[in-house]
Ligand binder design. Sequence first.
Ligand SMILES: NC(=O)CC[C@H](N)C(=O)O
Length: 398
Amino acid sequence: MKQSRPRLTSLSGRSPAILVLEDGTCFEGLSAGAPGSTVGEVVFNTSMSGYQEIATDPSYRGQLITYTMPHIGNYGVNALDNESVGTQAAGIIVRSLSRRASNQRSEQGFEDWLVERGVVGICEVDTRELTRRLRQGGVGLAAIVHDATAQDSAAALELIAAHPGYGSVDYVSEVATTRALRVSAEDAWQSPLKLTPADAAEQEHSDGPHVVVMDFGVKFSILRHLLARGMRVTLMPRDADRAAVEAQRPDGVLWSNGPGDPDKMEPFIAGVRELSERYPTMGICLGHQLLAKAFGGETFKLGFGHRGPNQPVQNQRDKSVAMTSQNHGYAVRRESFPEELEITHVNINDDTISGFSHRHLPVHAVQYHPEAGPGPNDATSFFDDFARELAGRHASGT
Ligand SMILES: NC(=O)CC[C@H](N)C(=O)O
């Protein structure tokens, strides 16, 4: 392996650790986070900040996140920035991991938090070289093993061999709700989000439009954006049928983001179609992919995906460009794009489909993340449009 600087063998108590790719390529580094070993699909994210939001984004379930920003952890973590209850990344890979957190919002150091949550990591890795490889060869499985050097690569390769393959795992079942949950609007931006069983007594009596979020691993920022626009929000499990959704008397339905290969979600596609013919509908990321499939489209795996806060997307109607936050490894195939849908947004980097609307139904979907979390707020108008659509329907009682 090419070394860009002399290998460190210890750094304040860290032990040697390795990251091994499927093809046997070994990156040597030092242990970080919780001790042990881990395996997952190795991907990279180009954000300069937002490491906590990324590690808690359910769409990263089963993945080892390479942070391309060379210095990670310096502003600590805090409870408000979690994008879900758990920590979802299967592991983290960084160049320099800060042990000191310096920020007025910090409640805990990033590494202590990783240890507490059992997330295995590796630091002092040549993340630039790793990212170049992933860009050239595509993403794949990899394993991190602590207390190991390149001579121990076989142990890592065994972990990889025992993995069923990223696309074969139903990661959504590990992160999404299995029961209806009400989302409390109280202090949504000031305190950690509160989710309570929807059968419990109503906690609030807001009279805003009601959105049912079909949960495949939704990010809290999405829920906050809905609440901030005066909407009432209920999470429903992915297998909730039409009757269960209708019983909630929603004004609209949102299909959430989520981890894994959208092809694994085939059993739920008929339900996506049925509900989107009935309610104003919005889809984000995995939700975008599910909606495209529901109308006859297909998805495919990108070489190395789009993960970062600086993905330029062009609106096909007014030609404006927004910088968007993205985190996806699959996309909708152009050749399969259904006639009844219209492409509304395109990723300028590689011309992939970034958004569409139905030609006749109020169905809109984006492959990017208008909620950012982390990332720029260029695209939040997507929520404004949805709120307007639902407010009209709510007022008219249709
Ligand atoms: N953020 C997401 O919803 C990701 C969708 C899907 N799992 C993908 O990787 O493409």
